[in-house]
Ligand binder design. Structure first.
Ligand code: ZN
Length: 722
């Protein structure tokens, strides 16, 4: 073929692609770079909704006709068409939501707001479809059910359970009341988070005296000066004025580093009482939410909302309570000791004899520095992101025989930003491509939302029409510092934890061996088991010295991390573990208590205080109203499920302890690989296709125990809230 012919064919291909709507294409790696919101979003979503309705009607008709004849609809006539529906209808909106999280714009937000209610209505129609539900119930009672695979049985059970919890069994007034409650609950969740957001926006505190900001890092002062510029255009990081708000990025550095005690008090107080009075008061929102949840539970024939939540979890309520009580018996005495130690330290250092709530984080930070001598900024120089990635990928190859390499050329139009990198995950010999990972690691303020997350983009499944596998794709998004002119992105130790954590989610999605959407990769894994594979990866940073040293090299000199620093990091791992665990236990317990036996005549604040006194080493401030900003359970999906963090943590700690069992695991590379492969063939391969307790047993050969968690004790998440 001549070059001219080649160019002309290429030109035609490009022209054809540009004419089509990328949101309607079904490729493993979507063409995000070609999405034009104004042109593609609404037509794609509308088209798929229309087609979806026709498909659903067809399926319902088939179900009704067959059921009327007393026939059972076989699995293959029921599940595959539903899978098609989920993927077809959910696809374009899924892509738009993804774009909103990484490349937000006014245009995108508006179109999503317009289309979302239509999507919700469709999903309600689908989940409350009586003929489809009846077909599943009949299938489960049929002799053919026993012949299905474990994964297929789980899909049938999950369909029945999810549909029941969506109110399919209700009719008449009850159905009407249930649907209205669902609509109202969704509004209340939005109101709750809007109140938190608006109360945060409404409060600020400006400081003009330079003496008062002593100790606060320059980075934080720069942000505070920028905020102050609205009223004081000449504000600078060095000379102020500085405007402080209760945004996490500002309030935590102040509580941690500000030497001015009164400033800490002001900030602590604002945070503890956020959204608890005036026009952003969340107390009435919480009351109505709890009441509504209780009523919905009753309509579904459950005694309380906690039972609704536990109906789709791995753990049972009694198991969770006994775990939390067991951990509390170790954590509370340890937290009391932490408190005594902190009081003694503050007295010795600054002659503080009445350590207040707003002094705790500050002195804990000082004590940690004095005890272990770790300088976080210096430490970053040993962690250049490209080197850290090399180390992570080497671990993946060694442990899971999964080779991660740049996928140059495989996905020319997938990257939605020039910083996005696409990787191919193949078998160790490189012969079989298992799937892809799309990494978007640098912060893009104003475009990308805060935090870090890993999401499924495409799910592995067998395509009967094409007689081939659709390979899975996972995305990892983080907010790491972008590289500067001649300096690579330098990450902190906690950012490395974040990277390993999200990689754990992504690799579970990509290395699945399941072929049906509902249980493939991250899909179908119980809520309280989904963090196992992510938290598991983090242990390698803290407990596998070889892994850490594979990437801990000074970015300029290449010198390895000094042994002394390494020892300090090791020594500081369990710093104030009792305090951290107590806070996590308290949040888990208050969440359960409110959803287990809430009565509308109860005072939520009294419940909060009495439980705090039982679990925490000391009482909260009398005016503390942190329930009013507890978004996980009142705006997010954690209602009666906050314990999931601890539950997953127990399982991941116990899973990782398999590597240290006989004290040779991590040193003996052959043994490490053997255990790693077993982990891959159980946790990563089985995913949602098997009961999580059985997956654990397949890997560990026994049921989980909380011993390993107490041993490693790595509960950091509660710090985010308190
Ligand atoms: Zn996670």
């Amino acid at each position: 073929m001549t070059n001219a012919a080649r160019v002309s064919i290429l030109h035609k291909v490009l022209l054809h692609d540009a004419e089509s709507n990328p949101l309607l294409e079904r490729t493993e790696l979507p063409r995000f770079a070609d999405v034009k919101v104004a042109e593609h979003a609404e037509p794609a979503v509308t088209k798929r909704l229309e087609e979806g309705r026709v498909q659903l009607q067809k399926l319902e008709k088939h179900c009704s006709t067959e059921l009327a004849k007393g026939r059972t609809i076989p699995y293959n006539e029921l599940v595959p068409p539903l899978e098609e529906l989920y993927e077809d209808v959910g696809g374009p909106m899924g892509s738009l939501s993804h774009l909103k999280s990484v490349k937000d714009s006014k245009e995108l937000r508006e179109v999503i707001m317009k289309l979302e209610p239509k999507m919700i209505t469709f999903w309600q129609e689908l989940s409350q479809s009586k003929p489809v539900y009846d077909a599943f119930v009949k299938l489960k009672a049929d002799a053919s059910f026993a012949k299905l695979s474990t994964a297929q049985k789980r899909i049938v059970n999950k369909e029945i359970n999810d549909r029941r919890l969506s109110g399919v069994g209700l009719s008449g007034d009850k159905a009407k009341e249930f649907n209205e409650l669902q609509q109202r609950q969704s509004e209340l969740r939005t109101n709750f988070s809007n109140n938190v957001m608006d109360a945060t926006g409404a409060w600020n505190h400006t400081v003009t005296d330079k003496k008062r900001v002593k100790g606060i890092p320059d980075r934080t002062l720069a942000m505070a000066a920028q905020k102050a510029q609205v009223q004081h255009p000449k504000a600078t990081a060095a000379d102020g004025p500085w405007m402080f708000t209760v945004d996490y990025v500002l309030v935590f550095p102040v509580l941690k580093f500000a030497e001015d005690r009164a400033l800490r008090e002001t900030m602590f107080h604002a945070l503890a009482t956020l959204a608890s009075s005036g026009k952003h008061n969340n107390v009435p929102v919480i009351m109505e939410l709890l009441e509504g949840r209780q009523r919905s539970a009753e309509l579904l024939d459950y005694s309380c909302y906690a039972d609704v939540s536990f109906a789709s979890k791995m753990a049972t309520r009694p198991q969770v309570h006994s775990l939390l009580d067991e951990l509390q018996s170790s954590a509370k005495p340890a937290a009391k000791k932490d408190m005594e130690e902190l009081e003694a330290f503050a007295k010795k250092k600054d002659n503080v004899t009445d350590l207040k709530h707003w002094d705790r984080v500050f002195y804990a930070e000082q004590m940690q520095k004095e005890k272990f001598g770790i300088d976080e900024e210096e430490l970053r120089k040993y962690f250049a992101l490209p080197t850290v990635l090399d180390g992570l990928f080497a671990l993946s190859l060694q442990m899971f025989d999964a080779k991660v390499t740049p996928a140059d050329g495989d996905a020319p139009r997938t990257a939605w930003d020039k910083e996005v990198k696409i990787y191919k995950v193949s078998s160790g010999d490189g012969k079989e491509v298992k799937g892809y990972m799309v990494l978007d690691l640098y912060a893009r303020p104003g475009q990308k939302r805060a935090g870090a997350w890993a999401n499924p983009m495409t799910t592995r499944r067998y395509l009967p029409g094409d007689k081939k596998l659709q390979r899975p794709v996972a995305t990892i998004s983080t907010n790491f510092p972008a590289p500067q002119k001649d300096t690579p992105s330098l990450v902190s130790l906690s950012e490395i934890h974040t990277l390993f954590h999200e990689f754990g989610h992504a690799i579970q999605h990509v290395l699945t061996r399941q072929n049906e959407t509902a249980v493939s990769g991250l899909n179908g894994i119980e809520w309280d088991a989904v963090e196992i594979s992510s938290q598991f990866m983090e242990y390698f940073i803290s407990y596998d010295k070889d892994t850490l040293y594979s990437f801990a090299k000074h970015y300029k000199t290449g010198e390895p991390l000094p042994e002394k620093t390494y020892q300090s990091i090791k020594d500081s791992l369990n710093f104030r573990e009792g305090t951290q665990m107590s806070m996590s236990l308290f949040l888990s317990k208050i969440d359960l208590r409110l959803h287990e036996k809430f009565d509308k005549n109860e005072n939520i604040n009294d419940i909060y205080m009495s439980l705090a006194n039982e679990v925490l080493p000391s009482s909260p401030l009398p005016e503390d109203r942190k329930l009013c900003s507890f978004q996980h359970i009142f705006a997010g999906g954690y209602a009666s499920g906050y314990y999931s963090y601890i539950w997953s943590e127990v399982l991941s700690a116990d899973a990782f302890s398999a590597f240290e069992e006989d004290n040779v695991g991590l040193k003996d590379k052959h043994k490490m690989q053997e255990t790693g492969h077993r982990y891959r063939d159980t946790f990563l391969s089985e995913g949602g296709g098997e009961e999580p307790a059985q997956v654990f047993k397949d890997f560990r050969g026994r049921a989980p125990s909380s011993k390993a968690l107490l041993h490693y004790s790595n509960l950091e998440m509660s710090l985010l809230f308190f």
